[in-house]
Design a protein around this ligand. Sequence first.
Ligand code: HEC
Ligand code: HEC
Ligand code: HEC
Ligand code: HEC
Ligand code: HEC
Length: 455
Amino acid sequence: MGRLSLRILIINIFSGVLIFALGVLPAKGAEEGKFKYEDFGKPKRCGMCHKEIYQEWKTSLMSQSFTHEWDDVEYFKLALPHALKLKKVAGVKSGCIACHGPLAFLTGDIPPKPPAEGTRVNEGVSCDICHSITGTTKEEPFNFSYTINPGKVKQGPRNDAKSSAHDAEYSDFIRSSRFCATCHDEQSPYGAWVKETYREWKAGPYAREGARCQDCHMYHAPGKSAGGGKDRGDMTHHTFHGAHFANKLSGAVDIALYVKKNEVLPGSALKIRAELFNGKVGHYIPSGSSEERMLWLEVWATDSKGKAYHLPVDKKGFQGEEYTISDSQAFAYQAMGEIMEIKGFKGAKRDGNLPQGARIFRRPFFDPQGRMTICQWYTKENTQVDYRLGPRETKVETYSWEVPEDIAPGAVKIKAVIYYSLVPSSVGEFLKLPPSEYEAKKVNTTGITINVVKP
Ligand code: HEC
Ligand code: HEC
Ligand code: HEC
Ligand code: HEC
Ligand code: HEC
């Protein structure tokens, strides 16, 4: 081995050790603290000409990414105190803000003032954040790896846009799903992939067919983006509707029910089959904040006298299945109590207020002590079981029902309902969130009728 290559080897070993010593994540994002608030235009100003885009953005979660109550609570009551206490997660003090309140991150205003103070961080993911992003430092982006250059030039999808208010530059990047990935994929300080909507999309059928995030979340229609602008056949709307909007969520999963026979005797066995199909979502459902999202299926039988029975799902026997079947005795999320310094906190009900035995389509996250957690930054492991519905995936569930001896004869209605919740109701109640953050939302439903005949 020559002297030069030996030296390179030593340098390589040294930098390898250094990267190892620094942990998986850089402590500081590349663009942290490089700018002043004045470098970024206020959304209201953009809205003077881009009126409709402004209205859409204003009602979307993008404009509320910092002020929205659950974000406020999770950062100021859990993540920030935790970051100040535990060195391993210290990076989230600015990390959360890089995606949720980029203006404060980019100006180095960390920790930012809470939403009630009314500072400019409240602008959230603003027009001038997205339209100043020029690229990423990563091949497959995650963890706010965007590069940004605010100022007179706005990055956009056209090469012929002209405005007296600013210059415009065509950007391949802003038109790509990789652009969204800079904020939509996230790795925890323990190296776990805690958000991977882009990676889910990339591995699925929609990426192969060329359907971008923008095509489903920013619909295109004839119109003008600004007064004085050109008529466009495919103007970009900025709705960004996701799981917070009933219009996007309802019907996202198809459902069908089947029974082997239409007439049963009291005391006999009936096999019911439910098929769920994700034909509309470009990634897994749930996606994004998977640590706290649940999709579940309830199957109920109601006899002719109105007595209702909840049917427990048949077990399949895969590893980690216990996390996918609701159990009112299971407690989790103990880390919340630890961070909030509540002595003797035994956790909150793992599955909120679901009836016993319902199938849950979820991906459980575990903290370093192996307890299920909604703290994605405190997640060490989340690959034990992933029972969500992938893009264009069908899942089949069966129910073996022992028809009760004392059931009323006549018509029995069997009903299947798919529900979705953003946060387990038990966690929402514990943290006193507004009910709209945790109530069950109906995604789809179907039913069939069978007959109970007298022996
Ligand atoms: C005085 C009116 C006015 C203001 C204020 C204004 N714009 Fe524009 N903007 C326009 C017009 C006109 C166009 C051209 C539209 C077209 O031709 O389709 C445009 C185009 C754009 C484009 C598309 C560029 C491209 O190449 O595709 C972006 C992005 C944009 N503006 C962002 C912003 C942002 C961000 C702000 C606020 C910081 C802003 N604009 C403020 C009038 C304005
Ligand atoms: C989360 C990032 C994001 C935010 C926030 C955002 N935009 Fe955009 N905007 C985009 C993307 C991405 C496109 C191009 C979409 C495509 O390629 O189909 C776009 C397109 C545009 C266009 C070009 C429209 C056209 O089709 O000609 C204008 C103008 C624009 N945005 C203005 C704004 C204004 C004004 C705001 C704030 C009220 C805003 N944007 C907020 C990401 C964003
Ligand atoms: C084929 C259409 C389609 C494509 C492509 C698509 N989405 Fe979605 N997305 C949906 C639908 C429908 C929903 C609502 C159901 C749900 O919440 O999963 C959704 C929901 C979401 C949510 C909310 C998830 C949750 O459960 O909280 C996020 C965030 C999101 N999409 C981001 C993205 C990003 C980023 C991309 C690109 C990498 C993308 N989407 C590509 C259709 C699509
Ligand atoms: C600068 C960071 C950033 C970029 C870039 C970004 N997002 Fe987001 N996005 C966020 C944050 C933060 C939230 C969460 C808002 C909240 O719930 O507080 C979010 C939420 C969403 C949601 C969920 C809304 C809901 O109703 O639940 C959708 C859908 C979404 N983004 C789509 C996109 C798409 C599509 C792109 C690319 C065109 C994109 N985002 C680019 C930061 C970003
Ligand atoms: C890499 C960017 C990124 C980082 C870092 C990040 N988030 Fe998020 N966060 C998002 C996106 C994107 C969503 C939307 C996902 C979805 O809709 O499912 C989101 C969703 C959320 C939600 C759920 C909002 C809702 O309405 O359900 C909360 C709460 C939240 N983040 C808080 C935090 C906290 C606290 C931290 C720091 C520990 C953090 N985030 C770090 C991008 C990020």
